[in-house]
Design a protein around this ligand. Structure first.
Ligand code: SF4
Ligand code: SF4
Length: 188
């Protein structure tokens, strides 16, 4: 077995770290001066007054879509909980009294603490009943239970019950998904 090589002996300048500290400070000051001269280099977004524009492909919080008659489009086919890799969708199916041929979700919960935003549920849905086009990235709550988004929350997400949604699209109406309406004036 070869013997380990002896460690290099540090010079006085290296062992005092002074040179390295000065090099670090010069680098930091260089960036500071460049940032002051060229303000576009700043990466800080003054959230929430300024919002970072999301790309068109950004997946926000889930919403459930409804038919023109107001019924939820979901027919509780169970495709989305089946494909969900995080197993965070829970659906309790029931018979639709207005249409015995169809089922509907009596309960539809998504545990957002487990969701990995893969979008498989949206891809798998045969009814276009679930979408991730809200561009809402403020997905937060004070309790774990509140991080479970339920059916009524996801249906009403774009109807002003979630202030973040209103706020996002009032600032950027062009980014709003089809069907979004707001009573409030867009912010210029
Ligand atoms: S985005 Fe992915 S992880 Fe989240 S609920 Fe849909 S399928 Fe599950
Ligand atoms: S949201 Fe779509 S895929 Fe999921 S249960 Fe409802 S109809 Fe099926």
């Amino acid at each position: 077995m070869p013997l380990p090589k002896p460690q290099k002996t540090l010079s006085f300048a290296e062992s005092s770290y002074l040179v390295e500290v000065i090099k670090g400070m010069v680098l930091t000051m260089g960036h500071l001066v460049k940032n002051i001269i060229d303000q576009d280099r700043f990466r800080t977004v003054e959230y929430p007054d300024v919002r970072k524009p999301m790309t068109a492909r950004y997946r926000g919080a889930h919403r459930l879509t409804v038919r023109p008659d107001g019924h939820v489009k979901c027919v509780a086919c169970m495709c989305c909980p089946t494909v969900c890799p995080a197993k965070c969708i829970t659906i309790i199916a029931g018979e639709d009294p207005s249409d015995p041929a169809e089922k509907f979700p009596v309960e539809f919960d998504i545990d957002m603490l487990r969701c990995i935003y893969c979008g498989f549920c949206v891809e798998a849905c045969p009814k276009d009943a679930i979408r991730m086009d809200t561009k809402i990235y403020e997905i937060n709550a004070y309790t774990r239970q509140d991080m479970v988004h339920n059916k009524s929350y996801m249906i009403n997400l774009m109807d002003g019950l979630k202030p973040e949604a209103e706020d996002v699209y009032r600032h950027d109406p062009a980014a709003a998904p089809a069907g979004y309406t707001s009573d409030e004036e867009p912010v210029a």
